[in-house]
Design a protein around this ligand. Structure first.
Ligand code: G3P
Length: 228
C-alpha cells in the first residue's frame, strides 16, 4: 500500500518527504484553511507543495466550484499549475460530467467525499483516476467505516473501466484516516493508498513495545559504557 499525506502544511509535507515514504499529497479546503492561507495564496501554495514533492508525486488540489462548468474551468486551471496536480472533486451530479470532460483532456481527478459503493462505481465509470472513501467520518456517525471501505474496494476492483488501466487505476485512497488500525485494515483489504494526517502517520511509526524496548536497550547500554 502507498502512503499519501493528508495535509496542506508545508513543514509536515517536507518532513514526511524526508522519511522516503511519501507517494502523494491530498489537500482539501479545510486543510488549506488550517494553514491560515488566503484565497490569493491558494494556487502558489499548491505549486509549492508540488515543488517540495517533485513532479512524479501526485498532489490533490480541490475545486470549490458548485457547477459542472465551474468545476471544469477550475479543474483546467488547477491542472495547469503543475504536471502532478490531481483535481479533487466531490461526488455529486455536477462532478460526474466534469470528471468525464477533464479525463478526456488527460486531467486526473480524485473523487472525494465517497461513502458508498454506488458512488465509487459511478466515479470509476466517469473516469476518476483516484476514489477517496472516508473511513473516520463514517465511524463518527456510529457506523463502520472500515466495513464500507471493504465493500467499496471489492466492488470497484471487480471491473476495469478503460481510462487508467495502464497505470493500475482507478486507485482507492483510504481517506479520513485516524489511526494505525485504519491503515492496517485498509492494507489487508487491498486498498491501494492510505492518505494519513501527519499526527496519525507519526503514530504509525511508534509502538509501545518498541518504545519499551528502546528504553531497555538504552539502560543496558549505559551499564556497558559506565554512564548509568
Ligand atoms: O482529505 C479528505 C479526508 O481525508 C479528510 O478527513 O479527518 O477531515 O475526516 P477528516
Amino acid at each position: 500500500m502507498k502512503f499519501f499525506i493528508d495535509t496542506a502544511d508545508l513543514d509536515e509535507i517536507r518532513e514526511a518527504q524526508s522519511w522516503g515514504i511519501l507517494s502523494g499529497v491530498t489537500t482539501n479546503p479545510s486543510l488549506y484553511a488550517r494553514t491560515g492561507g488566503k484565497l490569493a495564496d491558494f494556487e502558489p501554495h499548491m505549486v509549492k507543495i508540488c515543488q517540495i514533492v517533485g513532479p512524479d508525486v501526485p498532489v490533490s488540489a480541490e475545486s470549490t466550484a458548485e457547477t459542472t462548468e465551474g468545476m471544469i474551468a477550475e479543474g483546467e486551471r488547477l491542472a495547469s499549475l503543475a504536471p502532478n496536480i490531481v483535481v479533487k472533486l466531490p461526488i455529486c451530479e455536477a462532478s460526474l460530467p466534469a470528471t468525464h470532460k477533464l479525463v478526456s483532456e488527460g486531467i486526473k481527478v480524485n473523487m472525494t467525499l465517497v461513502f458508498s459503493a454506488p458512488q465509487a462505481l459511478l466515479a470509476a465509470r466517469a473516469g476518476a483516476r483516484y476514489i477517496s472513501p472516508f473511513v473516520g467520518r463514517y465511524d463518527d456517525i456510529a457506523d463502520d467505516g472500515l466495513d464500507q471501505l471493504d465493500t467499496i474496494v471489492t466492488a470497484v476492483k471487480n471491473y476495469s473501466y478503460g481510462y487508467w488501466d495502464e497505470e493500475g487505476g482507478p486507485e482507492i485512497i483510504t481517506a479520513s484516516v485516524r489511526s494505525p488500525h485504519h491503515v492496517t485494515e485498509a492494507a489487508l483489504m487491498g486498498a491501494d493508498i492510505a492518505t494519513v494526517p501527519f499526527a496519525a502517520l507519526k503514530k504509525c511509526v511508534h509502538h509501545p513495545l518498541t518504545d519499551r524496548g528502546l528504553e531497555g536497550f538504552a539502560k543496558d547500554w549505559a551499564k556497558v559504557t559506565g554512564k548509568e
